[in-house]
Design a protein around this ligand. Structure first.
Ligand code: COA
Length: 539
């Protein structure tokens, strides 16, 4: 990318943290424990199959899914793996499912790379893997990223077929929709690609098949025999040579796996160049990113000053705060990350009407000046109570949600702590379609905190009993509340959330700047343009 570099400076944030304070030390220790948990979970995602399948693959001189990714990427390229914990804690194939996916540079171009893990269940697609594939396709479409699919898949996970059959078709539809939008997909077929799997190369813009390895057919020899009584073998039915010389399903016949990867890199080098955005000069933050571990509150019930986090992720720790004296529970302002201007909204407490209005105004400004948004969520919700209802917290909160809903500039959301209630929506949660959403390992996401949820249920139970004239069973109520707290705790932690694909990954807070740098490179593949209109704001 050739970008014009400009130099302007903003105010440098002066930190107030004390590294020896009890709070800092406690957060640091607890966050380190959480990061160890994250490492353990990520190890689960690195699983590429039982030893017998790995040995069989090695013996045949073939590559594993992650090795193929490593080889297709440029030697100095980062790889931002996406959704590595998808499916964790579910009854599917485990963390990450049977695809490894993420963004890196191929022949100098930012690319979505997607590799089937053929050594787990033949690369069959379980429910989480299907959903992961759809999310990966969505990211590629929104950011106009060309995709490389490294195919080796037994198609649908047959015992799970009822759950995945209907949505499965969307994967093929999306390849074609991206093609129409001028965003190509390259498939390299390394192994079996049966039935639905055959449509992945079938829909792709460029197809490479590896000699003696790729086997692509709608039905394998046993099903053909059953259906038509024809007796045939895999190679003549769907081998790479047949598809490259007779059917034309394949455009390139690769001699071996490395040749297939080389061909994909060659094709990438010939694609049209992406948009080149303007960038400012880059200064690294003034403060050590290690300190983020002591700043971010490991216990989401204890607030922390998000300015301290901002100062460790933005260029030169420079932050130009907007309306700093108004609506203080929401911080808004401009900064640069890797030279790209960004508008930041960060929670510093419960959302009051003033904070919501300020946020709505700031989002409109960022749309007016075509600036992407960064939401740093740590939100327990909107303020409740009679006074606040009278002030119109509903309509003011709605203004913020309105602004987020119709904002057209790309947004990135990071859950740095709590993500509760409508605060999740107003701060661009998953349903509001940020381009990327990452969580910290301490984060919590739910309609409300577990204690509040159990407490509310107890109050409702007591009221219902009173209404029907029956005595409320206090003991049973207590037991029920205890159970609900446990369930809510389990279903609101970062691992569960990531397993359900509510985020694109749980990240080490120290890596925030690196993630944002790459995400902004990705976002700027497409010119950033603000919205030209909003829905009616309730006044
Ligand atoms: N769904 C669920 N599991 C599948 C599967 C599928 N579609 N295809 C393969 N598997 C599982 C096998 O049960 C086996 O599981 P295990 O490790 O628990 O024993 C594992 O994947 C490996 O299968 P195996 O047949 O031993 O591997 P292979 O390398 O010899 O053959 C295939 C791979 C893909 C050629 C072969 O498994 C196959 O033909 N599968 C069915 C493909 C199909 O018809 N799909 C239609 C989907 S719409």
């Amino acid at each position: 990318m050739t970008s014009e570099i400009k130099a302007t400076r903003m105010a440098i944030f002066k930190t107030k943290i004390n590294r020896n304070s009890e709070g800092y030390q406690r957060n640091y220790k607890l966050m380190q424990d959480k990061i160890s948990e994250l490492d353990a979970k990520y190890k689960e995602a690195l699983f590429q199959g039982e030893p017998k399948y790995l040995e069989r693959t090695k013996k045949a001189g073939r590559l594993l899914a992650r090795e193929r990714i490593e080889l297709v990427l440029d030697a100095d390229s980062p790889f931002m793996e996406l959704l590595p914990l998808a499916g964790w804690g579910t009854d599917g194939f485990g963390a990450g499912g049977t695809i490894v996916a993420g963004i890196g540079f191929v022949s100098g171009r930012l690319t979505m790379v997607n590799s089937n893990v053929g050594t787990i269940k033949g690369g069959a697609i379980d429910y989480a893997t299907l959903q992961k594939g759809l999310r990966i396709g969505e990211i590629a479409l929104e950011n106009e990223l060309p995709a490389i699919n490294m195919v080796e898949s037994a198609g649908a996970n047959l015992p799970d077929q009822a759950k995945i059959f209907n949505y499965g078709g969307a994967n093929f539809r999306e390849i074609i929709r991206r093609s129409k939008a001028g965003i190509p997909t390259i498939s390299i077929v390394f192994g079996n690609s049966t039935a639905g799997g055959a449509y992945i190369p079938g829909m792709s813009d460029y197809v490479i098949m590896v000699k003696n390895e790729a086997k692509v057919f709608l039905a394998g020899p046993p099903l053909v025999k059953m259906a038509t009584n024809e007796v045939t073998d895999e190679e003549s039915l769907g081998g790479a040579k047949m598809h490259s010389t007779i059917s034309g399903v394949s455009d390139y016949l690769a001699e071996d796996e490395l040749d297939g990867i080389r061909l994909a890199r060659e094709i990438m080098a010939n694609l049209k160049s992406p948009h080149a955005p303007d960038r400012q000069e880059v200064n690294e933050p003034e403060y050590d990113k290690e300190e983020i571990l002591g700043i971010v509150s490991a216990d989401v019930r204890i607030p922390f000053d998000q300015r301290e986090l901002i100062a460790r992720i933005v260029d030169g720790s420079e932050f130009s705060e907007f309306k700093p004296l108004y609506g203080s529970t929401l911080i808004t302002g401009y900064a640069n990350i890797n030279g790209y201007r960004i508008g930041i909204l960060a929670n510093n407490g419960v959302l009051f009407s003033e904070a919501a209005n300020k946020g709505a105004q700031f989002i409109q400004l960022c749309n007016q000046n075509d600036t992407p948004l960064l939401f740093l969520q740590n939100i327990t919700g909107f303020m409740v109570g009679r006074k606040y209802e009278e002030e119109g917290i509903i309509k003011n909160g709605a203004k913020l949600i309105n602004a987020v809903s119709n904002s057209a500039v790309p947004a990135i959301t990071i859950i740095t702590g709590a993500s509760y209630g409508a605060g999740n929506y107003a701060m661009c949660g998953r349903a509001y379609k940020p381009r990327f959403l990452f969580s910290y390992p301490n984060s919590r996401i739910a309609v409300m905190g577990p204690d509040q949820l159990a407490g509310v249920m107890q109050i409702i139970g007591r009221q219902a009993a009173e209404k029907s004239g029956i005595a409320y069973d206090e003991e049973q109520g207590k037991q029920m509340a205890g159970f609900m707290v446990k369930e809510a705790e389990k279903q609101s932690n970062a691992w569960y959330a990531s397993g359900q694909l509510w985020d694109d990954g749980v990240i080490d807070p120290r890596e925030t700047r690196n993630y944002l740098k790459l995400c902004l490179d990705v976002i700027h593949q497409v010119p950033v343009k603000g919205t030209e209109g909003y829905g009616v704001f309730r006044m």
